[in-house]
Design a protein around this ligand. Structure first.
Ligand SMILES: *Cc1c(COP(=O)(O)O)cnc(C)c1O
Length: 239
C-alpha cells in the first residue's frame, strides 16, 4: 500500500467532500461502510478505532473470527460499537449465522431468503433493516432481482413482518472509466423515486447503497446514501 491508513482516510474524505459539493449534497447524507472482507482482524480493529463503525463483510466464514473477537473485546458501553453490514449473497441455510449479528442486510434478492430472514428475526424478536439488491446492469454474474421485478417483490415482502425494507442496493460493473457506471446508479435512484411516487403513504425504501472503491464518486453524485469501500480505504491484504 503506497499510503498509510491515515493518508487514505484523508484522500477518500476529500474525494467524498468534492463529490458532495459537485452534486449539491451535504456530507452527512453519505455514510461509509468500511468493507473489511480483504483485511485482517487487526486492520478491522484499526478501522473501528479510526471511527468507522459501519463494517461490511460478504461471507460469514471469513467474518466469523473478526465478529466474535471484536464483539468480545469492545465494551458494550463504548462509543465505538461496530455495526455490521452483510453485503454478500447469502444462502438461506446461513441465515441463522448472520441474522442477530449483522444489523443490516444489503443483498436481499429473493423471497425464499426473505422468508428465512423473517423467520429467524421473529424468533429473535428483532426487525432487520434490509436493502433489496437490484441487478440494474443485467450482467449474468451479478446477483439481484431485475428492475421489473421490484414492485411485485416489495409487495410480497409486506408479509415478512420482521423485515424492514429500507433501501435499494446495486453493484455496477467494473469500468476502467468510472463515469461509465453513471447510468446504473442513476437507474437505481430513479427506481427508488418511482416507488416513492407509487406508494400512497411514502415507501420505507428511501436509501441507496451504491458505490465502491472504483466508482463511489459517481454513486454519490447520483444519490448514494451508503457507499461500500474496501480496497481504497482499509486496503486489500494479499493472502
Ligand atoms: C467487496 C465489496 C465491496 C468493496 O469493494 P472495493 O472495490 O474493494 O471497494 C463493496 N460491495 C460489495 C457488495 C462487495 O462485495
Amino acid at each position: 500500500m503506497p499510503y498509510t491508513f491515515e493518508d487514505r482516510i484523508k484522500l477518500v474524505e476529500d474525494r467524498i467532500m468534492k463529490a458532495c459539493e459537485r452534486s449539491g449534497r451535504r456530507r452527512n447524507e453519505v455514510q461509509i461502510i468500511a468493507v473489511t472482507k480483504y483485511v485482517s482482524l487487526d486492520m478491522t480493529k484499526s478501522a473501528l478505532e479510526h471511527g468507522f463503525h459501519h463494517l461490511g463483510e460478504n461471507r460469514w466464514q471469513d467474518a466469523q473470527e473478526k465478529w466474535e473477537t471484536i464483539s468480545e473485546q469492545v465494551d458494550s458501553e463504548a462509543d465505538n460499537q461496530p455495526i455490521w453490514h452483510f453485503i454478500g449473497s447469502l444462502q438461506s441455510n446461513k441465515v441463522k449465522d448472520v441474522i442477530g449479528k449483522f444489523t443490516y442486510m444489503h443483498s436481499l434478492d429473493r423471497l425464499s431468503l426473505a422468508e428465512a430472514i423473517d423467520k429467524r428475526a421473529s424468533q429473535l424478536g428483532i426487525t432487520v433493516p434490509c436493502f433489496i439488491q437490484v441487478n440494474v446492469s443485467g450482467e449474468n454474474t451479478k446477483q439481484g432481482i431485475s428492475p421489473e421485478e421490484l414492485v411485485p417483490f416489495v409487495a410480497q415482502l409486506s408479509r415478512c413482518k420482521s423485515i424492514n425494507p429500507i433501501g435499494l442496493m446495486t453493484m455496477a460493473p467494473f469500468e476502467a472509466e468510472p463515469e461509465q457506471t453513471r447510468p446504473v446508479f442513476k437507474a437505481l435512484r430513479e427506481l427508488r423515486d418511482e416507488m416513492q411516487k407509487k406508494s400512497e403513504h411514502g415507501s420505507t425504501i428511501t436509501q441507496l447503497s451504491m458505490g465502491m472503491s472504483n466508482d463511489f464518486e459517481v454513486a454519490i453524485e447520483e444519490g448514494a446514501t451508503w457507499i461500500r469501500l474496501g480496497t481504497i480505504l482499509v486496503g486489500k491484504e494479499e493472502e
